[in-house]
Design a protein around this ligand. Structure first.
Ligand SMILES: Cc1cc2nc3c(=O)[nH]c(=O)nc-3n(C[C@H](O)[C@H](O)[C@H](O)COP(=O)(O)OP(=O)(O)OC[C@H]3O[C@@H](n4cnc5c(N)ncnc54)[C@H](O)[C@@H]3O)c2cc1C
Length: 427
């Protein structure tokens, strides 16, 4: 690629914001634009976990059975309704192909590298710019209601320790209750504690970080919709947007779960499906947990954010459905009620859903588009876009400026296997 002058970042979620930050820090002119307000997509109401502990993808050997069950359950935490949606069927088959131990471990290595780097970068960026985002480094508890589930999980956790060196501790019965007194005594058999995890309030992080971007000189455009590329051959010269032509010699597409709407323009079928999840944000209850907890058997996550209390999660694979389904919100309330002495705060601030950008193998796509040599895609961060954003932004900036990548970019290239095969045949 010739020398870059100006980069347009399409999509102002947490991935676009982190990307704009690192590109600007690398000395480039950057315009970051979004069809709505910055951070109003999936990055708005998520659970706020910055979680290096979330190494394994959804596609584990056990996931196939769970997935089949979810096709028939009417309102389980995981709900799958492919109907006549061919792209979702294709995605599900690809997902099934990854549900084996070998893929799970290899994917885990890629996720481990990006998650660890991102956690460290967050600490640096938040400190350097004094970002007002309720950042707390208090770890995360994975809580199990019964002994059988707790013991079954021990195998997986031991694997994480051996394969990736992840630190954790186990807490059982009274030990757990004194560690987290907000739990109802006897509601949980035990928990695994990951001390390296941290959390933020995502909307505050975004507001605060966007202020820094403005100060650094990033041009920001809201209510500006990407319409199409203006190209000559395999080189994009600019973009047509709802606010007119945007001049840029390099483009980063960071449109999260909406990235597949550019399939034809990007020249490939972006393998992303929307994975719908919900959250409820309230004022803090009087008996508020000290740290985030995931009630694993109910698939409900809770986050004490200093300025708010959030209950979130559930996963629905059913296309771009935009109704706020009250029975899904009720699942969250039920899950929290099962474990917490005071599950709800006095005032509900927001009931929300977001579309997670889900790929079949649980890895993001961070790569040049096959059609245009100056268009990069940074999307498909699954359930961990917040946790992976800083390292993604840094990697995009390194790939565009030709510096040595700080993590191996190969696992995030697309297509995956073909590239690996090509590389092997070259060696
Ligand atoms: C309930 C729930 C809980 C979650 N909890 C966590 C968590 O605790 N930790 C974690 O790491 N992750 C979590 N996630 C996942 C995380 O929220 C996502 O992975 C992340 O927000 C994806 O970021 P993104 O920037 O790729 O997408 P988005 O935030 O969706 O941003 C994409 C942006 O692109 C814009 N856009 C789309 N089309 C166009 C267009 N044509 N023109 C211009 N702009 C366009 C959209 O308006 C949007 O703002 C959770 C998700 C959910 C649903």
């Amino acid at each position: 690629m010739s020398k870059i002058r100006k980069v347009a970042v399409a999509g102002g979620g947490i991935i676009g914001i982190a990307t704009a930050y690192f590109l600007r820090r690398a000395g480039l002119d950057v315009v970051l634009f979004d069809q709505a307000k910055l951070g109003a997509g999936c990055s708005h109401g998520n659970c706020g976990y910055i979680s290096p502990s979330h190494i394994f993808p959804l596609c584990t050997p056990k996931a196939l059975k769970l997935g089949m069950k979810a096709m028939w359950q009417s309102n389980g935490p995981l709900r799958i309704r492919p109907g006549l949606n061919l792209s979702l069927w294709k995605w599900l088959f690809q997902f099934a192909g990854h549900c084996n131990q070998r893929d799970m471990l290899a994917i885990g290595h890629a996720r481990h590298a990006i998650l660890d780097s991102a956690r460290e970068l967050y600490q640096q960026i938040i400190e350097e710019h004094a970002l007002d985002c309720n950042f707390q480094a208090k770890g995360c508890l994975f809580v199990y209601a019964d002994e059988a589930a707790f013991v079954e999980q021990a195998v997986q956790i031991d694997l994480m320790r051996k394969e990736y060196g992840v630190e954790f501790s186990s807490l059982v019965g009274p030990e757990l209750e004194s560690f987290e007194p907000a739990l109802i005594p006897g509601s949980a058999y035990g928990a695994y504690f990951y001390p390296q995890d941290a959390h933020v309030r995502p909307d505050r992080l975004i507001n605060s970080w966007v202020r820094v971007l403005r100060e650094l000189g990033v041009e920001i455009r809201e209510d500006c919709r990407f319409e199409h590329f203006l190209a000559e051959g395999n080189t994009v010269r600019g973009l047509q947007t709802s606010q007119g032509v945007l001049d840029a010699d390099t483009v980063v597409v960071a449109m999260g779960a909406l990235t597949p709407f550019l399939n034809q323009q990007l020249g490939f079928q972006v393998p992303i499906q929307p994975g719908k999840g919900y959250s409820i944000t309230m004022s803090c209850p009087a008996i508020c947990p000290e740290r985030p907890m995931i009630f694993e058997q109910d698939k409900v996550a809770v986050t004490p954010m200093q300025s708010a209390w959030r209950i979130g999660s559930t996963m629905e694979l059913a296309g771009y459905n935009s109704t706020l389904n009250r029975s899904r919100l009720e699942l969250l309330r039920r899950g929290a009620t099962r474990y917490l002495r005071e599950p709800f705060g006095p005032t509900v601030e927001e009931e929300w859903f977001g579309w997670r950008p889900m790929t079949p193998d649980g890895k993001a796509i961070i790569d040049f588009s096959p059609r245009y040599q100056n268009v990069m895609i940074a999307a498909g961060h699954n359930m961990l876009g917040l946790s992976m954003a800083t390292a993604t932004g840094k990697l995009v900036s390194e790939l565009l400026t030709g510096s040595t990548p700080h993590i191996d970019p190969t696992p995030f290239q697309y297509p995956r296997k073909q590239r690996a095969a090509r590389k092997q045949s070259r060696n």
